[in-house]
Design a protein around this ligand. Structure first.
Ligand code: SF4
Length: 395
C-alpha cells in the first residue's frame, strides 16, 4: 500500500495531517507539532506532545524519553509516567479523530475506528493478552527493536554473569513443539495487522541458538509457515553452546533466514571476564566468529564498557581491541559498546569486595568514546560501531 496523506486545514494556521502507511498511522497537529503514532490495530506506539517524547510498551507502560547534559556529554534517560497522566494525551488524539474523520477518504475509516476503540480498558486488556503470550522481553539489540519477537526459548542457559539481571526471574527452557505452535498462533492473533510494524523476527530469549540443530531447524520452519512475510531472522548466541554447531549448521540456518547473531563478548581481558563470572575464552570467541562468518551469518559483538571500573579500564580496552584484531569482521557486522551504568547488588558487592568504586556515567562515557574512536579508525565504514544503551529498550 502506498502512503496516503490527508491534511485537514482548520484555520489559516491550524491543521491536522493524517498519514496512513503500510505499517502505521500518524496524526500530526500543527502548529503545536504534536504527533501520535499507532499500529494498524489502533494501539498507541508513541507520541510527541509539547516537545516531550513518550513511548508505550505492549504491556501498557508509558515512558518519557529524556535527554540531559553533564559537562559536554549528552546522556539519555527514561521516566515511567502513570497511566492517569497519559490518558488525557491519548484522549487528545481521539478528539482530533472524532472531529475530523468525516472529512477523510474512506480508506482512513477502519484504521481510525480501531484507534477510537482502543480506549484505556482495551489497552489494558491488550496488555494482559500480551503478558499471557510472552515472558517479559528483557532486551534486544538496538537494531532489532522493531523485530517481531518469538520466544522459542525462555531465559538464559548460563544465567550466572554477575552484572546481568535480564533472566534471573526464569529458568532456561526450550519450548516444546506444541508450545511453540501455540505461541506462534497467539502471537499472530495478538498482533493482527499491527504485525506490519515489525520488520524481522528475533528469536528470544538470551540464546535461542542454544536449541539443538534439528529442533532449531524444525522450529524455524514452523515460524516460516506461520509468518511467511518475514525473511530476516536474528538471535543472541553464546560461546558455550555456539561451538556445538558446525559451519554447515550455520550455513543451513543462514538458508533458513538467520542473518546476524549477537554475542556478548563483554571484554577481551580474561581477568575481567573471571571477575564478571563469565568464563568464556577468547580463543572460543574467535573460533565461533570464524564459524559463523564461514556459514554466511553476520555478527553483532557486544562489549561492556565500564565493567570492572577503573581497575580494569585500561586492560579492558587494550585486550578488547586485540581480540577484535582476530575477528574477521566486515560489512554487515556490528560492534556495540554497551555502557554499564545500571547494575545489580551482586555486581556491586563484587566491586566492593575488590575495593573498586562504581564509575560515574561520565567516566564510562569517556571510556566508550575512547574505545569508539579507536574502532572507527580500525574499521572505517565497513563495520558499524554504536553505543548500546539498554535503558532505551522498549517493546
Ligand atoms: S550476560 Fe548473557 S550469558 Fe550472561 S547471564 Fe546475561 S544473558 Fe546469560
Amino acid at each position: 500500500m502506498n502512503t496516503i496523506i490527508e491534511k485537514v486545514q482548520l484555520t489559516s494556521d491550524k491543521s491536522i495531517t493524517f498519514t496512513l502507511k503500510e505499517n502505521a498511522i500518524n496524526i500530526f497537529e500543527e502548529p503545536q507539532n504534536n504527533l501520535w503514532t499507532f499500529d494498524l490495530e489502533g494501539r498507541l506506539v508513541g507520541m510527541f506532545i509539547d516537545n516531550k517524547n513518550y513511548r508505550r510498551t505492549l504491556n501498557n507502560k508509558y515512558y518519557l524519553k529524556l535527554r540531559f547534559i553533564i559537562g559536554e556529554e549528552h546522556f539519555r534517560d527514561i521516566k515511567q509516567i502513570p497511566i492517569d497522566e497519559i490518558k488525557p494525551l491519548i484522549e487528545q488524539s481521539h478528539i482530533l479523530i472524532k472531529n475530523n474523520q468525516n472529512r477523510l477518504p474512506n480508506v482512513f475509516h477502519t484504521p481510525l475506528a480501531k484507534i477510537l476503540k482502543m480506549n484505556s480498558i482495551f489497552l489494558q486488556n491488550s496488555a494482559k493478552e500480551f503478558e499471557n503470550i510472552y515472558l517479559p522481553i528483557s532486551i534486544l539489540p538496538p537494531d532489532q527493536y522493531m523485530s517481531l519477537v518469538i520466544q522459542m526459548t525462555e531465559g538464559c542457559n548460563y544465567n550466572q554473569c554477575t552484572f546481568c539481571n535480564f533472566y534471573r526471574d526464569r529458568p532456561f527452557k526450550i519450548k516444546s513443539t506444541d508450545d511453540l505452535v501455540l505461541h506462534l498462533s497467539k502471537v499472530k492473533s495478538f498482533f493482527g495487522e499491527g504485525i506490519n510494524l515489525h520488520k524481522s523476527i528475533f528469536l528470544a530469549d538470551a540464546n535461542a541458538l542454544a536449541v539443538p540443530q534439528k529442533r532449531l531447524v524444525s522450529g524455524l520452519e514452523l515460524i516460516h509457515n506461520k509468518f511467511p512475510q518475514f525473511n530476516d531472522y536474528y538471535s543472541f548466541i553464546d560461546v558455550f553452546t555456539g561451538l556445538k554447531k558446525s559451519v554447515n549448521d550455520f550455513k543451513k540456518l543462514n538458508k533458513l533466514g538467520i542473518k546476524r547473531v549477537y554475542l556478548g563478548v563483554e571484554s577481551g581481558n580474561s581477568d575481567l571476564m573471571l571477575f564478571l563470572n563469565k568464563h568464556q575464552l577468547n580463543k572460543d570467541i574467535i573460533e565461533l566468529t570464524h564459524n559463523l562468518k564461514k556459514g554466511g551469518i553476520n555478527v553483532g559483538i557486544i562489549f561492556l564498557v565500564g565493567a570492572g571500573g577503573n581497575k580494569y579500564s585500561e586492560k579492558h580496552l587494550l585486550d578488547s581491541i586485540k581480540l577484535l584484531e582476530h575477528l574477521p569482521l566486515d560489512k554487515g557486522d556490528i560492534i556495540y559498546l554497551s555502557e554499564l551504568y545500571e547494575t545489580n547488588s551482586s555486581y556491586e558487592k563484587s566491586m566492593a569486595k575488590k575495593n573498586i568504586q562504581l564509575p560515574t556515567r561520565q567516566e564510562i562515557r569517556q571510556w566508550s568514546t575512547e574505545f569508539k574512536s579507536k574502532l572507527k579508525k580500525q574499521y572505517s565504514k565497513n563495520v558499524q560501531v554504536s553505543v548500546y544503551d539498554i535503558n532505551q529498550f522498549f517493546y
